[in-house]
Ligand binder design. Structure first.
Ligand code: ASP
Length: 355
């Protein structure tokens, strides 16, 4: 009799507990995790090996299972988009990511997306999505500087923070975000600043947007530049993006690489000039000739901080455009997207002033 009572109360207890858990789970926001590879999914031979490991070795499910705490924050499910070191990023993966984010975010049940990514080109993917995602729901990029197998790996806490951020109403309408090292940065201004340190992502001068404390996001500001639902760029029907090359100036620079870019079919060139986008006198004729062939030239800077504005009358006369505060790799992305819409130089300059 006592045994029967015990069994009945055990069964009842289990039923109550499981219905509580499913009520709780039902209340948690749904967050999709799209994995692309990188050190966050990296595996090394030993836990002290911090370089020379294989990026993109672990699957999205392994990453999720390594952080059981995710289940307290959101209903998460993962998809493997690619599994590469992000130094090998391609336009194809960008287009796939943008279109897939748009499909997923159109579902009212999905509250946000986390994209796990190598840190090398994370800022480029973030900016591309900042201009092509058509939703104000959070899209958060996350990576790690230490492989998943390392002692004090930074991936798990970064992933937990990123999912928290993607699930948070505070992150709605902030554009695409980057979450690493307890900091929140905006896609437009963030850049990788250190080859190995976990505190590598910074938005020099323009600054971070917020912090995490105990996994809770706190915002202090947001970008004033157009993004996501306010962006005019639409990649839903594109199979490829126009070729845009970056030419990085240096002492003794000349036109050789500019001519090579034109020959390779570049539709645009970002010239990473010295100082405020200054152009070497021996490279300039190459840019003028490229321009005459319809190649759009945008002046950017190799300095890493500050604006590139019209400045010299000569560059304006030559119809070279100004890259504003975008670093060369982000100016390249904006120029690629601009060229999918127009070749009009005034229009493209307007885009550089607005995005
Ligand atoms: N090479 C790696 C990558 O970008 C570095 C990293 O993830 O930190 O995929």
């Amino acid at each position: 009799m006592i045994k029967k009572k015990l069994i009945t109360s055990l069964v009842l207890g289990t039923l109550i507990l499981s219905s509580c858990t499913s009520v709780l789970a039902a209340e948690l926001p749904e967050v999709k995790i799209l994995a692309t590879g990188g050190t966050i999914a990296g595996s090394a031979a030993s836990n002290t090996q911090m370089t020379g490991y294989t990026s993109g070795a672990l699957s999205v499910d392994t990453l999720i299972n390594a952080v059981p705490e995710l289940k307290n924050v959101a209903v998460v499910s993962g998809e493997q988009i690619s599994n590469i070191g992000s130094q090998n990023m391609t336009d194809d993966i960008w287009l796939k990511l943008a279109n897939h984010c748009n499909e997923l975010l159109a579902d009212p049940e999905v509250k946000g997306i986390v994209i796990t990514h190598g840190t090398d080109t994370l800022e480029e993917t973030a900016y591309f999505l900042n201009l092509t995602v058509k939703s104000n729901k959070p899209v958060v990029l996350v990576g790690a500087m230490r492989p998943a197998t390392a002692i004090s790996a930074d991936g798990p806490v970064n992933l937990l923070n990123a999912v928290k951020l993607a699930a948070s109403p505070k992150a709605v309408g902030k554009g695409v975000l980057v979450a690493l090292n307890d900091e929140i940065n905006g896609a437009r201004d963030v850049t990788k600043t250190n080859t190995s340190n976990v505190a590598t992502f910074k938005a020099p001068e323009l600054g971070l947007l917020g912090y995490f404390a105990n996994g809770e996001p706190y915002f202090y500001k947001e970008s004033t530049r157009r993004n996501t639902i306010n962006s005019e760029f639409d990649v839903s029907n594109l199979k490829q993006l126009p070729r845009v090359d970056i030419i990085y100036t240096h002492g003794n620079d000349d036109r050789m690489l500019i001519d090579a870019a034109v020959k390779a079919g570049a539709k645009g060139i970002v010239y990473a000039g010295s100082g405020m986008g200054s152009i070497h006198k021996d490279a300039e004729p190459g840019l003028i000739d490229a321009q005459k062939k319809g190649v759009v030239i945008v002046r950017s800077s190799r300095v890493g901080n500050g604006m590139v504005v019209a400045g010299s009358e000569q560059y304006t006369k030559e119809h070279f455009l100004n890259g504003d505060t975008l670093n060369p790799q982000k100016a390249r992305i904006l120029l690629q997207l601009a060229l999918t819409k127009t070749n009009n130089l005034n229009e493209i300059q307007r885009m550089f002033n607005e995005y």
